[in-house]
Design a binder for this molecule. Structure first.
Ligand code: DON
Length: 607
């Protein structure tokens, strides 16, 4: 099973950044100095619950300040936006996270992300007792993560023992009546909240919950009311990275929150959450590798939230197998039988809308998901309006992954997507240009895939008169009687056999070469509507209804046919009525098969 290109990508980023040992472990909380500087994990969780992770993504660490926006969301639910706003501002300060300051005019903490605002926020969480209030906080994070969490008691005790600055802040808040009760138990709850143990996967899932409108993608539980999601994301975007918030929004462009434990959570609203962890911090208290990883993810995957708005419409409009979709080609029975068991090894995905990382990720997941291996993948881009660079890169990586595993991926659709084509051809290199295949539509792409499966059988361009499809089930004597009425004829490549509108005067049986039926479009272009391989008949509508030709029939390459004049066919009614009936029955069987496959395709399009 090929690796997901998304997984390969995050592993490559991890390998690229792991060597940077700059920064230092947090030491003002002594227990935090026990972290391993080598620890480095990355995780991405999509709004529908898919997770990609690498490195020390399961290494537990204390959430620290990352807890702040989510407890802020709980306070909003407990008190409403107005009351909370009267207590705590939402203004970024550009100051350090532990600055001891209040707004001069209102006496409020500037925002809920700096420690003063966060301690005030923890004080707003309702509950009959401080234990109940903390239990609500722990339960909140368990619902965000969709798993049980615990407190690192050693870190809690270490911070409670050394948290003098925060105690000063707590008493300052009491002094200005921001806290209206004894600050000590509130501070202990704050220290415990910061000591909740999480890992990268948990952070990514917390971010994905916000991305998913406050609903946990896996459990489906509504963790935060949708109306408060934007408030939480707003303070993360404006204040989440403290005095790095401006540069963060400029370079990364995702609402985020960092913690001195070394974690960072970032959110692309509507699409995904990111969790990164590495305990080496810069002088602002943010993870050095964590910031670098988020910058790369945002740059390479075009995640900046001010980028052109991304579609939330599913990228996959329809999904079919080779057994569902019809091609234009009329194949003889032996080819149809060979394909009948293998049609499911061809998958067709009709994509739509703007392809960016969030939308293409779902395509990759489905192609490589259940039901793999799929020998041929057709991505129809006809309804795709744009392919951004991250989507182009991931689709190309998928193409290479599938080819390397012995499978093929081809594209189809009227839109040229020239930039994507250039990207693929330029990255394939001169010796692998053949791996880029694009067809005008999915039916032609499917025909090519079928021919690859048939291999030699597809290219056998001969059919003896006795094996003609419309003569199936005939006795030899009956075949001889019909064949005696036929005249052999040949056509050169590109020669017209008959034209649209001509009177229908014969039925043709193709014995070698290929032919196709074309109609004239209002634009004056010709559209191929059917292709014929040796062994099948064409022009058969003449037999059924006395009407002009509905298409122009052209020999694609040099063809040999047997021609049955319409009057001789009609004469069978007198001379060999049973043969005529059998011919009509076989003809109806062909039409019935076409109708059934049309019904099957229609049903698949509504799956
Ligand atoms: O209050 C403190 O200082 C810590 N418990 C949390 C600080 C923190 O995570 C700052 N963020 N980078």
């Amino acid at each position: 099973m090929p690796n997901s290109p998304v997984q390969d990508y995050i592993e490559a980023i991890h390998a690229e950044l792991a060597g940077d040992n700059s920064g230092a472990l947090a030491d003002y909380i002594p227990e935090l100095t026990h972290a391993d500087p080598e620890w480095f994990g990355i995780a991405i969780a999509t709004a529908d619950g898919a997770v990609y992770e690498t490195g020390h993504s399961r290494q537990p660490f204390t959430i620290q300040s990352i807890s702040k926006p989510f407890v802020y969301g709980l306070a909003l639910e407990d008190h409403g936006r107005g009351d909370v706003f009267r207590k705590i501002g939402v203004e970024p300060t550009g100051d350090a996270f532990n600055s001891i300051s209040l707004e001069s005019r209102s006496g409020r903490p500037f925002n809920p992300m700096i420690n003063a605002g966060a301690i005030a926020t923890t004080g707003l969480v309702l509950g009959r007792s401080h234990e109940t209030r903390f239990q609500r906080i722990l339960d909140l994070f368990q619902r965000y993560c969709g798993s049980a969490l615990s407190v690192d008691q050693a870190v809690y005790e270490s911070e409670s023992r050394t948290g003098h600055r925060n105690r000063a802040i707590g008493h300052m808040l009491r002094n200005f009546n921001v806290l209206q009760e004894n600050p000590r138990p509130i501070l202990e709850n704050y220290f415990r909240q910061c000591s909740i143990l999480v890992n990268c996967r948990d952070l990514a899932m917390i971010g994905a919950t916000l991305a998913n409108g406050g609903v946990q993608p896996v459990t489906g539980e509504a963790v935060l009311r949708g109306e408060y999601v934007e408030s939480v994301l707003s303070v993360m975007a404006s204040c989440g990275m403290y005095d790095f918030a401006g540069e963060w929004i400029y370079r990364v462009g995702l609402p985020a929150k960092s913690g001195v434990g070394g974690g960072i959570v970032a959110v692309l609203p509507g699409h995904l959450g990111i969790g990164v962890f590495s305990p080496l911090l810069d002088d602002r208290g943010n993870s050095v590798r964590g910031i670098q990883a988020c910058q790369r993810l945002s740059l390479d995957l075009n995640l900046h939230f001010l980028n052109s708005p991304r579609s939330r419409r599913p990228a996959i409009r329809h999904r079919l197998t080779g057994a569902d979709m019809r091609t234009r080609v009329q194949r003889p029975a032996r080819q149809r039988e060979a394909l009948s068991a293998l049609g499911n090894t061809i998958r067709i995905y009709e994509l739509q809308g703007s392809l960016s990382f969030p939308t293409v990720e779902t395509v990759l997941r489905e192609v490589l998901g259940e039901g793999f291996p799929v020998h041929f993948v057709i991505l129809d881009l006809g309804r795709v309006c744009s392919i951004d660079t991250s989507a182009a890169r991931l689709l190309f990586d998928l193409l290479i992954q599938l080819c390397s595993a012995g499978f093929r991926m081809v594209f189809s659709g009227a839109r040229p997507h020239a930039a994507f084509r250039r990207y693929c051809l330029s990255h394939l290199g001169p010796e692998r240009q053949d791996l880029w295949l694009h067809f005008c539509d999915a039916r032609d792409a499917l025909e090519w895939c079928e021919d690859q499966i048939l291999g030699e059988a597809a290219s056998c361009e001969e059919c003896s008169p006795g094996d003609l499809e419309l003569l199936a089930g005939f006795q030899d004597s009956e075949k001889a009687a019909v064949l005696a009425l036929m005249r052999a004829c040949t056509f050169d490549a590109a020669e017209t056999v008959f034209r649209e509108g001509d009177p229908a005067d014969a039925l043709f049986f193709l014995t070698s070469g290929r032919a196709e039926a074309r109609i004239l479009l209002p634009s004056g272009e010709q559209q191929t509507v059917a292709r014929f391989r040796p062994g099948v008949a064409f022009g058969e509508m003449a037999v059924i209804e006395d009407a002009p030709r509905s298409a122009t029939l052209v020999a694609v390459d040099a063809c040999s046919c047997l021609r049955l004049p319409i009057e001789d066919f009609r004469g069978l009614a007198e001379t060999h009525p049973a043969i005529r009936m059998r011919l009509l029955e076989n003809l109806l069987a062909v039409l019935s098969r076409d109708r059934r496959s049309a019904n099957r395709e229609a049903a698949a399009l509504h799956r």
